[in-house]
Design a protein around this ligand. Structure first.
Ligand SMILES: *Cc1c(COP(=O)(O)O)cnc(C)c1O
Length: 392
């Protein structure tokens, strides 16, 4: 069991507001922030190189913590500054050929799609959309029909940015694998919220960001790439950290995933990421998942009972993002009125998940994303605040 009082004591920002924006940028636990600040102070005293050298073991351990969390090995993990960077590094490292096909699903994230469309323009591959079922999940039969030996890559988003619907990743990745296609998983909204295990899911690469459910500092993220695939990948951006300049006309990429990293990085933030990962591992990701799902369920039930509220999470498997609209009010108005009463939510707009939102004729939704540190009182208060906003 998660000790809620202890976790709340370590989260100063959760007092005085109901904080429901861990899908946007969460509140870091105090030890994460202390670590970042202490490192900046140390850099102030001795300079960045000496300060980093003093923490070299801890820095190496950050990759090991990522590996422990998602079930990979340390040499398969690259630390980067965002999920989008991880995604671009992976996608641009595949050697694309004209006629290669990329399949994306209805819940695809804008930045991922843009990276693919760039490849399509530059390398002559195509980007095709897997049709969705009425519940918003990918249509398995249609997906199976789309698969052929020209499909190089299937892009799956485990939990989208705009709803709680969890995609059946294991099943879809299995189909992709049997057709000889690679699978890249966007785990931005799932890692830190749900238990994620790359071996169990059967994906080939995974990207995630630090600031959301992992409660890590901004400007952190990671890429995991399956070992057997790693050495075939040529990062578009490689430097003297990811490669050695071995001869005037030659260089050699690192054998591990650090080939995707650059020399320069925010060391303080990376150390903070390590503390955030270890904090989560200590709590147990399965406990966190149960606790997030339970909170979201309470919220859905309470909001769903309000006559002016429409819930927009579809499907049977719903995780910690609760998306809704209020009749007669724009989502941004709801966000700001709730903000005035000490309830922090955010808005997810059409441009982030264009396919899904267009399918449903939605411009924007209010997004409430309660992490495990949100208390039952916070949930009651949120439901009452939404009721007040709707005038019911
Ligand atoms: C936030 C988000 C991203 C991008 O993460 P960054 O760290 O901002 O690059 C990608 N995919 C999904 C589903 C997201 O919610």
């Amino acid at each position: 069991m998660i000790d809620l009082e202890r976790e709340r004591a370590l989260t100063p920002g959760c007092h005085g507001q109901a904080f429901l924006d861990s899908a946007g940028s969460s509140l870091s636990p105090r030890p994460v922030v202390d670590t970042v600040i202490a490192h900046l102070r140390r850099e102030e005293e001795v300079g960045g190189y000496r300060a980093a050298a003093e923490r070299s073991d801890d820095l190496v351990a950050v990759r090991a913590s990522v590996a422990r969390l998602i079930g990979g090995t340390t040499d398969e993990v690259a630390l980067v500054d965002s999920a989008t960077r991880a995604w671009i590094q992976f996608v641009s490292a595949l050697r694309w050929r004209t006629g290669d096909r990329i399949l994306i699903c209805g819940n695809e994230y804008a930045s991922n799609a843009i990276a693919f469309l760039q490849r399509a323009r530059a390398d002559g591959c195509s980007v095709e959309v897997v049709p969705s079922l009425p519940d918003g999940t990918p249509d398995r039969e249609a997906f199976a029909r789309l698969l052929d030996d020209r499909v190089r890559l299937v892009s799956l988003v485990q939990v989208p940015t705009n709803s709680g619907t969890v995609a059946p990743v294991r099943d879809l990745a299995g189909l992709a694998r049997s057709a000889g296609a690679l699978t890249v998983l966007d785990a931005c909204q799932s890692v830190g919220q749900l238990s994620v295990d790359v071996a169990d899911l059967g994906v080939d690469a995974l990207s995630a960001t630090g600031r959301k459910w992992l409660r890590a500092p901004r400007g952190t993220g990671f890429l995991w790439v399956r070992r057997s695939l790693l050495e075939t990948l040529e990062p578009f951006a490689a430097d003297m950290h990811g490669a050695d300049w071995t001869d005037s006309e030659d260089y050699r990429l690192r054998p591990d995933a650090t080939r995707f990293e650059l020399f320069e990085s925010d060391v303080a933030a990376t150390l903070g990421l390590g503390v955030a990962l270890d904090h989560l591992l200590d709590l147990d990701p399965a406990e966190v998942e149960a606790s997030v799902r339970a909170r979201a369920a309470v919220l859905r039930e309470g909001l769903g009972a309000l006559p002016q509220v429409a819930l927009h999470d579809r499907g049977d498997d719903l995780a910690g993002i609760v998306s809704f609209t209020v009749a007669g009010l724009a989502p941004a108005q709801v966000e700001s009125r709730l903000g005035e009463t000490g309830v922090t939510v955010s808005v997810s707009g059409r441009s982030s998940t264009r396919l899904d939102m267009s399918d449903r004729g939605l411009d924007a939704v209010v997004r409430a994303s309660p992490h495990y540190f949100v208390s039952p009182d916070d949930l009651d208060r949120t439901i009452s605040a939404v009721a007040a906003v709707t005038g019911s």
